[in-house]
Design a binder for this molecule. Sequence first.
Ligand code: B12
Ligand code: SF4
Length: 605
Amino acid sequence: MNFPWKQRKPLARVINPEINPDGPDDGGRLIVLTAPLTEAIDHAGYFIQMAMASLPIWMEGVINRKYPKWRDVEHNEDGSARYMPAGVRLVEKSLSREYRHDDVVACFPDDLHKFVGPRTRVVAVSTHNPLGVTFAAGVYTSIFGSSKMPINSHYSRQLFATIKASPFRKNFKVIVGGSGGWQIIQTDTYEELSVDCVVEGRSESTDTLELFRRAIQGEQLPRRVEVKHPLDSEGILFPDTRTTFGVVEMTTGCGRRCKFCVPDLNPQIDLPKDKIMEAVRANVRNGNKQISLATEDMFIWGQVHTDTPFYFPNREALVELYSEIVNTPGVEQHVLSHSTIAPAVVDPLLIKQLSDLLLPKSPIHFPYLSSHPEKKALAPLIGLETGSVRMAKQIMSSKGVPFSIEDWPSVALEGLRVLNENNWFPAMTLIVGNPGETDEDVMDTIDLIYEMERRGLFAFLIPSIFTPLHDTRMEKETGVTQTRQLTPLQWQLMMKCWKMNLRPGQYSWWGPMAWRVGSIGMWLYKLRGLNGPNFTWPLLMFSGAISEKNLQRMGKIYRGKPLKVKTRRELIASLKPKDLQYLRADNGDLPVDYVPPVRARAMTG
Ligand code: B12
Ligand code: SF4
């Protein structure tokens, strides 16, 4: 039998006889920037990178078969990378304030030998998720058999091993930055990965430049440096070359203050449209056909620090921004990144207008779900996290503002209804195993998921095990740490989510059969030992081998009870006048006796 994972390359790069042991002819670049191959690739949309973050390395063959060309990257004439993650591009841009163009290069890991030489003083690595210890990533590799080595982590380690093995290693410092740098700090893998310093924060900071100066002078660097985030948009730079997936920043921070969230710790800033558009055009000039605006919540853009609270989207501003982007000559594809769900309840007309604009350029197709003539869909990433109001109050009390967190299940269902009606089928994350989560909390979430099913709503549900992320307000808390600790209900929630995700793919006669046989085979082969006895019945439920009704009758699963859900009109009726004034009448559903403030003033004046 052919086991593709047994044939993979060893971690350190195989010695290539064509590589000159004396380094490149020009002595190499002073500063060389890079990122793991699996974080730099630009193929097949976001999904491929997300899959690589979640699947263990032994399943690499699945990706290879589906995307045989995923390793084919594009180069500039000098061998540097044609595209790199936005983080790398901003480090490059930040350094350009102090160093000559020829001193700095950004290259793919396999090309390091072309640029690292006796002259090199810094190799800087930008990484999103090097060790795979973040939420959602760890849990699936652990379900499939190894909690330590997702595909992305394997390639990240391979990159660090290549740098460590460089004959010039003693001449240069290795500085790591990016949203995944904390994983190296947390796991204390400096020696193993040969990292001198991890920078937490943005490259624009003068402290970052000072660090590079010290590295170039050969000074000892601190292990960890925390640098300040700019407080306004003036301090944020924009890429003027091509970024992976055409990522251009749209906002920083969020404002909803969820306790487990990292990006919310940054100041809430929306970036100027002219700068965003310049970066979009720069991407297109450099051969990119796709654009994605990076944000925690696209709906705050245009409403940050205005007289209106940020959670009432600025419809005109958003429509104008997205319209300019998709109408930029050369932009063939556009994908959404992150958003929240309450804005869909606040302003359904905004969702409709954005759909009209964005669907034609969306590369995502959901043939069984979309009502678009070409079956196109939009799929932003949205946090659902829990269906338990008790839990939601503890970890994300402002997630649904302007609506009360007491109404969270209704906000989520009503928002999803509006989104689905407009061909938005979001990927929604759920956190399983929050600190203090009880069986009742999990049952509340299961109720919500079954209610989605009952109402025919669709979201791609991504349950993950609670991970206390560094620096967050939950940093010191522990929830579930291994899949064996999951309770039968927590397993059931996870497997029900996946069962529902597979719904649209199950229309062929062989689909359900393949899953049934495949999942049971996998359980017999590997999973029953790994994940413990609590996993068994939920897996049988997932496989469909025994009907949910029968499993419930046998007392093996909980099938959820119907939820009493508020309509949009009822949700709006519960708003206080201070918030009600910002709702737009063209969406309807305002209380019949409601008098908008302007008219009220006219009447009283
Ligand atoms: C776009 C995006 C994606 C895209 C594209 C990623 C890419 N390769 O380009 C996709 C969808 C593929 C993706 C996937 C994932 N993502 Co993502 N993603 C984002 C998002 C929205 C924007 C990232 C970005 O480009 N920002 C703009 C750039 C400029 O910011 P930056 O990279 O942080 O760079 C700045 C600093 O970090 C620093 N810096 C960066 N590199 C370096 C290097 C050095 C040497 C120095 C000094 C400084 C430095 O300077 C830059 C500014 O000047 C962020 C949220 C956010 N707002 O950041 C989440 C985010 C980074 N992703 C996250 C997660 C969890 C994931 C996944 C694990 C999700 C999953 N389960 O599938 C995967 C992992 C992918 C992988 N390959 O392993 C988390 C990170 C959590 C963590 N690491 O602790 C974030 C913060 C989202 C969140 N709300 O939690 N992601
Ligand atoms: S809504 Fe999302 S981005 Fe905003 S604070 Fe909560 S988790 Fe963070």
